[in-house]
Design a protein around this ligand. Structure first.
Ligand code: NAD
Ligand code: UD1
Length: 334
């Protein structure tokens, strides 16, 4: 069976993708420096899937260690999750973000060239569409007016991958533009574990429900949306993982570069998400209305038709499933 490298595979999205790929029969190798994850995730992946994974605890900016791993493993494809992802931190520490996210990518691409690996799936983000495009976001829209260094790394890496593919016509590059991943594996063994105070909405909700935070602040209720609060396209991380399996299949059969949205195509407001969470889990989430957050936009969601057409993939799980599984994971945390 094909052997797939998951850079950053011990993290939130990578760990769920590892489970899906193992269940589909792939051999999976994870390379991660555990800067935003822990080793327990690797054993939990094995527990859920009932199969073992290869694991390298390395910094993927380390050329020698990365090349050694490629030499040893003979990969058929790479799914490239590794990188830093906190928007606010990227504004405060731009060099750290550009160095890590770009450096890892270049090192991995050079190793792929050296060892003849022709397929790469990249974790991009809806953030590349910037604040100016109309919704829903379509892959053909102009990208790049990103509002923070994190987003700019995604735009830059998309460009680097596109340039590399242009001179390697037998290469396959899939740029997956994720919308807002939430939820967790139903086992409750893997999920999102933000360090410190969460920036994103769902971990803030789960920590408030648990009593770790006092209340959720709804960032604005005066947007031109269904109820005035911000609207996003939430996607269950298990659906997202299946999107990677579909992209991998595509990459094995097609050369060239494709950017593909992974979203549901439906928007949910902050208040709708909080209400769904309370209803599904029968628990109160204290919340107050606060001012808008700087840099936020009112509403965005995916045009999800390309993923359906090219990958034969679409989301199956609902907002209720996301609320149930996010809470199930949080409850399991010490
Ligand atoms: P995560 O932080 O949980 O996982 C990323 C992993 O990369 C971590 O385990 C971290 O330890 C590892 N890593 C970072 N720098 C490394 C280095 N130099 N060498 C080796 N490993 C390194 O993040 P996630 O939520 O699983 O996101 C995965 C990818 O998807 C990221 O590239 C992220 O930017 C992108 N993405 C995430 C979201 C989201 O909402 N979670 C949305 C859009 C895009
Ligand atoms: C953020 C990032 C984006 C990243 C995405 C990953 C910014 C500007 N963008 O997007 O680059 O890809 O996370 O999931 O940070 N909200 C509240 N209260 C809170 C937290 C959030 O009301 O305590 C609202 C926000 O205003 C927004 C919605 O909830 O309307 C979702 O916010 P969040 O989870 O942070 O995601 P995004 O802002 O969409």
């Amino acid at each position: 069976m094909s052997k797939i490298l998951l850079t950053g595979g011990a993290g939130y999205i990578g760990s769920h993708t590892a489970v899906t790929l193992l269940k589909e029969g792939y051999d999976v190798v994870i390379a991660d420096n555990l800067s935003n994850s822990d080793k327990q995730a690797v054993s939990n992946i094995e527990k859920i899937a009932g199969k073992s994974v290869g694991f390298y605890e390395i910094d993927l900016c380390d050329r020698d260690k990365t090349f050694d791993m490629f030499k040893k493993e003979n990969f058929d494809a790479v799914i490239h999750f590794a990188g830093y992802k906190a928007v606010g931190e990227s504004v405060a520490k731009p060099c750290m973000y550009y160095r890590n996210n770009i450096d890892i990518t270049l090192t991995v691409l050079e190793a792929m060239a050296e060892y003849g690996v022709k397929r790469i799936i990249f974790s991009s983000s809806a953030t590349v569409y910037g604040p100016l495009n109309p919704i829903p976001y379509v892959e053909t829209m102009k990208t790049g007016d990103c509002t923070n260094p994190y987003g700019t790394t995604k735009f830059m890496i998309e460009k680097i991958l596109t340039d590399v593919a242009a001179v390697n016509p037998d290469m396959s590059v899939v740029l997956l533009r994720y919308f807002n991943p939430i939820g967790a594996d139903p086992s409750g063994l893997i999920g999102e574990k933000p360090q410190g105070i969460p920036n994103n909405l769902m971990p803030y909700i789960t920590q408030t429900a648990k009593g770790i935070r006092e209340k959720v602040t709804v960032f604005g209720n005066d947007y031109p949306t269904v109820d005035g609060s911000g609207v996003r396209d939430y996607i269950h991380v298990v659906d997202l993982a299946e999107g990677h399996a579909a992209a991998l299949k595509y990459a094995f059969n097609n050369a060239g570069v494709e950017a593909i949205n992974l979203g549901s195509g439906r928007g949910t407001s902050v208040l709708e998400l909080i209400n769904a969470f309370e209803r599904v889990n029968n628990i109160k989430v204290p919340h107050v209305i606060g001012p808008r957050r700087d840099g936020d936009i009112a509403e965005f969601y995916a045009d999800a038709t390309k993923a359906k057409k090219l990958l034969n993939w679409e989301t199956k799980l609902s907002v209720d499933d996301m609320c149930r599984d996010s809470w199930n994971f949080e409850k399991n945390q010490k």
